[in-house]
Every structure is written in structure tokens, then in C-alpha cells.
Write a protein that binds this ligand. Structure first.
Ligand code: FAD
Length: 389
């Protein structure tokens, strides 16, 4: 079936005129790098001084990009998405915690998202970041292969127990779970933990998904090796393909520390490897399940074409398209309208804790100029269409 992303009536069916106008001003604001920079500092400053700004954030940027502060708050969003045949991926977006009590609390919350998925067919996946349940410094040490002290060995054993608890619950309830990709200097540790879980839980079907960032020049070779190893060891490989969210940070660190950057030389190389990775997944579709986590229209069309060529039906559960809530609705809802499997990350959490996520989204919309421009022009087009009709 031919899919077009131009239909704004389908893309914005769930938004009132008021919501569309609010979205317009929000994207307009985040498209200004100076405003985003100022916003970032003033929000952090206000929080440090305990100035109550939660209500202002909640009504604006939070409402555009998040489902609420709790799982219960997200129910309304899940319902709207479901009416448009799009699944919800509850994403507890609390980051940067190091204390054991916090890591444990996050683990419990992620398990709650899995439990919610079990009771709700509209939640096809759950997701978490390993840094939500493990101390960053510990992961970095494991990644470097530095010998761990006795205490650190116990700490890492606790991390393994936490991720196993989440994966086991996912297995028991049949709600697959994604493990997000993060900075390259902890990613080997994340990949190893994820592959161990896959070997345990992905024997019959994919319960645990890894994430591959195709802005890294080594990921295509990584995937080829990982698929072969999974086949040797008798488990299915689940992979969420993304381009990657930490490009500037990766490049800056490599330059500062004097090692070759893990990032591709240019955008075209990231796009090429993303496409090749899609193709590789489709070639191995008997043992692989794939989620394309992207807001790129060409990538979505490429995947549709590959599915047709490999005789994979739009409704085949081994292939999913995924976008973030509040972004690229024209891709999500036009794809679901055409019968493809689509789900959206719905971030949630206490406003104060979700701010790093929101700042990343704002920065992304500033740096990905084309994307913000497209969101704005689609809203304008839809408002004009409504006025005419
Ligand atoms: C459902 C979902 C899940 C995600 N999960 C993760 C995750 O687990 N980990 C993670 O890191 N990110 C994740 N992301 C974010 C993702 O990596 C991208 O930052 C974002 O989606 C933008 O890329 P795009 O494919 O939408 O398309 P585009 O807008 O076409 O691509 C933008 C991306 O291309 C790359 N790029 C841009 N310029 C250059 C350049 N000069 N050289 C090389 N590469 C360049 C960058 O990765 C940039 O973000 C996720 C995104 C989605 C939608």
C-alpha cells in the first residue's frame, strides 16, 4: 500500500484547534536556539531556588511531550493513541540517579509499567535505560574492564539482579521490553547485560530488545556479529534501530580526550547505515524482530519498501515503527492508518525529574532544523484546511 505523510487531517485528528495553535508556538519557541539556552538555564535556576514553576511547565512543554506524572495520568493519552491504532510505550523518564534507594525505586516503577502492559493490549512494549537502574560510574568501570572492588562486584551483581527482575516480569507477562542505547563509553556494558538477558528470555520469541545507534560507524558490523551469535546460541535477536541522541557529547568527549570519534563522518553516512541496518534485519527476519525508532520519512518509506520486497505483512509483529509522543504525528498516524504497527514513547514522571528529557527534546528540535520546520508547516497546513472546511 502506498503511504503518504502529507495527510494532516489524519495526522492531527486528535488535536483541537487550540492544541494545534499551542503546539505551533511551542515549536516556534524551541526552534530558537537562544530561547532554548535561556530556558534551560532559567528552569534549572528556578528549580535550584525552589521557585514553583511546575504549573507553567506542565501546561506547555510537558503537555506536548509527556503523558503525565504517573502511569495513571497516562491512561488518557493511551486511550487517544489507541483510537488512532497506535500503541503506547510507557517511558519512566527519571535520569541521573546514583543512590541505591533511587535505583531500586526506578526498578519497581519500570516493573509497574510492565504490569500495566500486561493488563492492557494497547501497550505493546515497555522501555528502560540501564542508567535508570545502575550507577553511571560503575557501568563505565565495567565498560573499561577495570577490576572492580569487592563492594563494586556486589553492586554490579545487584544491577544484574535488577535487570533480570524486569526482563523476567516482561517474559512472564509477555510484554516485550526495549533497553535504550546510551553513551558509547558505557554501551559495551549495556550490550553485554542485554545479550545475557536475550540468551535467557528470547528463546521462543523476542522479549528483550537491544538498541543500535547507527550514527556510530561500528554498529553495522556489531549487528552482523550479534545476529550470528544469537543464531549460534539459539535465541532471537530484538533490535530497536535509531540514529542516536548524543552526537555532540560523543564528538566533544572524543576530541577532549584525544581518541577517534565513534560517530560517522557525516549525516549521509548515518542515513546509509540506518538503511543498511533495516535491510540486514529484513534479511534475517526469521530470527530478528525490528523496531525503527525514527522521525525520518525516507527511513519509514524505505522500511515499507523492504517489507514488501521480503513479503512481510504490515501487521507482522516482528516489525514496528516508533516515534516519540508529541513529535512526527504525521508519520505515526498515517502509518497506522495504512495498517502498519506503530507505537509511541510516552514519557512520564514527576515534572522536576523529567526536565533533562524535556531539555533534550527542546535541544533536538533546535538542532534538527528540518524537523521543527516540518512540524510548523504541517500545523499551519492543517489549521488552514480546517478553516476552509
Ligand atoms: C522511538 C524512539 C526511540 C529512541 N531511542 C533512542 C535510544 O535508545 N538511544 C538514542 O541514542 N536515541 C534514541 N532515540 C533518538 C534518536 O536516536 C534520534 O536522535 C532522533 O530520533 C532523530 O533521528 P531520526 O532518525 O528521527 O532522523 P533525522 O532527523 O533524519 O536524523 C537526525 C539524526 O541524525 C544523526 N546526525 C545528524 N547530523 C549528523 C552528522 N553530521 N553526522 C552524523 N550523524 C548525524 C544524529 O543521530 C541526529 O539525531 C530514539 C528515537 C525514537 C523515535
Amino acid at each position: 500500500m502506498k503511504v503518504s505523510f502529507d495527510n494532516t487531517e489524519i495526522a492531527f485528528a486528535h488535536k483541537s484547534d487550540y492544541e494545534l495553535k499551542k503546539g505551533y508556538w511551542l515549536f516556534k519557541m524551541v526552534s530558537n536556539p537562544l530561547l532554548v539556552k535561556l530556558g534551560k538555564y532559567s528552569v534549572n535556576f528556578a528549580l535550584a531556588l525552589r521557585i514553583p514553576i511546575g504549573w507553567a511547565l506542565k501546561k506547555n512543554i510537558f503537555a506536548q511531550f509527556c503523558g503525565g506524572e504517573t502511569i495513571q495520568d497516562c491512561a488518557a493519552t493511551t486511550k487517544v493513541l489507541d483510537q488512532l491504532k497506535v500503541g503506547t510505550i510507557l517511558d519512566y523518564s527519571v535520569e541521573g540517579k546514583d543512590r541505591v534507594e533511587d535505583l531500586e525505586r526506578t526498578t519497581q516503577e519500570i516493573i509497574e509499567t510492565v504490569n500495566t502492559g500486561n493488563d492492557n493490549q494497547h501497550i505493546p512494549f515497555c522501555v528502560f535505560k540501564i542508567t535508570g537502574v545502575a550507577r553511571f560510574g560503575l557501568l563505565q568501570k565495567v565498560n573499561e574492564g577495570t577490576a572492580l572492588s569487592v563492594d563494586e562486584q556486589a553492586e554490579f551483581a545487584a544491577v544484574k539482579e535488577r535487570v533480570d527482575r524486569i526482563a523476567k516480569r516482561a517474559f512472564d507477562t509477555g510484554t516485550p521490553v526495549f533497553i535504550d542505547a546510551e553513551e558509547s563509553w558505557i554501551q559495551d556494558a549495556i550490550d553485554d547485560l542485554t545479550h545475557d538477558l536475550m540468551a535467557n528470555y528470547n528463546k521462543a520469541s523476542v522479549i528483550v530488545y537491544n538498541t543500535a545507534q547507527m550514527y556510530r560507524h561500528d554498529r553495522l558490523a556489531f549487528l552482523q556479529k550479534a545476529f550470528a551469535e544469537a543464531q549460534d546460541k539459539g535465541y532471537h535477536y530484538g533490535v530497536k534501530l535509531v540514529r542516536g541522541a548524543y552526537m555532540e557529547k560523543e564528538r566533544d568527549r572524543a576530541e577532549e580526550m584525544g581518541y577517534p570519534s565513534p560517530i560517522q563522518p557525516n549525516k549521509a553516512a548515518s542515513d546509509r547505515d540506518f538503511d543498511l541496518a533495516l535491510e540486514l534485519c529484513l534479511q534475517h527476519i526469521d530470527h530478528v524482530a525490528l523496531v525503527a525508532g525514527s522521525h525520518n520519512e525516507e527511513s519509514a518509506l524505505k522500511l515499507i519498501d523492504l517489507m514488501t520486497r521480503h513479503n512481510v505483512e504490515p501487521q507482522d509483529k516482528r516489525v514496528y515503527f516508533a516515534q516519540l509522543f508529541g513529535m512526527s504525528d504525521h508519520i505515526s498516524f498515517n502509518l497506522s492508518h495504512a495498517g502498519y504497527n506503530v507505537a509511541k514513547y510516552v514519557p512520564y514522571g514527576p515534572i522536576k525529574e523529567v526536565i533533562p528529557y524535556l531539555i533534550r527534546r527542546a535541544q533536538e528540535n533546535t538542532s534538527v532544523k528540518g524537523q521543527t520546520g516540518r512540524e510548523l508547516s504541517l500545523i499551519v497546513k492543517e489549521l488552514a484546511r480546517r478553516k476552509q472546511s
